[in-house]
Design a protein around this ligand. Structure first.
Ligand SMILES: [Zn+2]
Length: 379
């Protein structure tokens, strides 16, 4: 079992730590997304510099390319990408249901066509565990069906039952198989049930019985109103075990992370800091800056005076704007480093505030500032 220790609580907000053979992960934690075995535009050296404790990669993408044979020959993903800290892999369920075409869902798994070359593949819960053995991720996720929004009740019920049945098959495959490399692997279950509380309850009960190392909430941040998301998160965390990490998949904006932490979530992943960075949007303590804006043409001030990342220590707004306007690839790296550091330091401060017992007051202040600045920076 994964060793997870709660260090402090402030109402429902939690600060904890879990241990893997590649190091500890302090929670609340944000996982930079490295879908293809790389955090887009950011090299491993800078991930370490900004104190990344865990990255997320993706089973679906790595299975299609470079494939499990290459990963096994490399000695697993840690060695392949030269990343010696923890890695969590998403099962690919979300990608099968969002990226690939012509899916056929069956009780034993899902048939899909690769978004790369149209080739046909079949994912079973057992196969997905096997692929994650080849990857060697510290934390694996079970294959699930991620329901879209909106989703009819009857479909959400059928889907939650399918996810439960796949979770049982995954747990059995996990227990019957062994790591290929010299470190331990853990496995998390994924609670589904769309926006229906009784289905979330049903799904949570099924998964908790299976005794996973941690639990994720899936099927949110797929287009539902943000208040609905918060309500479902609040409801679902109240059903989840206290002594295991809770992971809200695919969320979100800085304010979404803080609201979810207040409702008892420990882990997050999202493409937003890197994707927005590559599109010249920078998260700062003064709101979101659009670095293509001509007002930065000769603004030689630092990007964020409250940030000590490599980008902010060394470069001005004017220089970063110039790189974006000139289409220089360095812009993508500098912006991504800063945005990831913004997210990671937000999580570090959240941990401190939880331990100090004043998380909610701090959260209110930050969220207010973000919302006010959103209005100020509209162009
Ligand atoms: Zn910075």
């Amino acid at each position: 079992m994964l060793k997870f220790s709660l260090i402090g609580k402030d109402n429902k907000a939690r600060s904890g730590v879990f241990e893997t053979d590649h190091g500890v992960v302090e929670t609340p934690a944000f996982m930079p997304v490295g879908t293809q075995g790389t955090v887009k535009a950011v090299n491993q050296k800078y991930l370490e510099e900004i104190k990344t404790q865990i990255v997320l990669s993706n089973t679906y993408h790595l299975y299609l390319r470079p494939g499990t044979e290459v990963l096994e020959k490399a000695g697993g993903l840690h060695r392949f990408m030269n990343w010696n800290k923890p890695i969590l892999t998403d099962s690919g369920g979300f990608q099968v249901f969002s990226l690939s075409e012509l899916r056929k869902v069956k009780p034993e798994g899902v048939e899909f066509r690769s978004h790369l070359d149209g080739s046909t593949h079949f994912f079973t819960p057992e196969k997905v565990v096997g692929i994650q053995r080849s990857i060697g991720s510290d934390v694996m996720m079970v294959l699930d069906e991620c329901t879209p929004y909106p989703c009819e009740y009857d479909y959400a019920l059928k889907s939650a039952n399918l996810t439960s049945s796949w979770a049982a098959m995954s747990k059995e495959a996990f227990e019957k198989s062994f790591p290929l490399y010299d470190h331990k692997q853990f496995i998390f279950g994924i609670i589904q049930g769309s926006v229906y509380k009784d289905l979330r309850e049903l799904s949570a009960k099924d998964l908790i019985t299976l005794d996973f190392d941690g639990y994720a909430i899936g099927g949110l941040a797929v287009g539902e109103p943000v208040e609905t998301m918060y309500d479902i998160v609040d409801f679902t965390t109240s059903l989840m075990p206290e002594n295991k990490p809770r992971y809200l998949m695919g969320v979100g904006r800085p304010e979404n992370l803080l609201e979810a932490i207040e409702r008892g979530i420990d882990m997050f992943d999202c493409v937003m800091p890197t994707r927005n960075g590559r599109n010249a949007y920078l998260f700062t303590s003064n709101g979101i800056l659009s670095m293509r804006n001509s007002k930065y043409k000769d603004d030689f001030s630092f990007i964020d005076g409250n940030c000590n990342c490599y980008t902010c220590r060394n470069f001005s707004k004017a220089y970063l704007r110039h790189l974006f306007i000139a289409g220089e690839i360095l812009a993508l790296e500098l912006a991504s480093i800063h945005n990831l550091n913004f997210y990671l330091s937000l999580m570090r401060t959240a941990r401190e505030k939880i331990l100090d017992g004043n998380f909610s007051e701090w959260k209110e202040e930050i969220v207010k500032r973000i919302i006010n600045n959103k209005i100020n920076t509209e162009e």
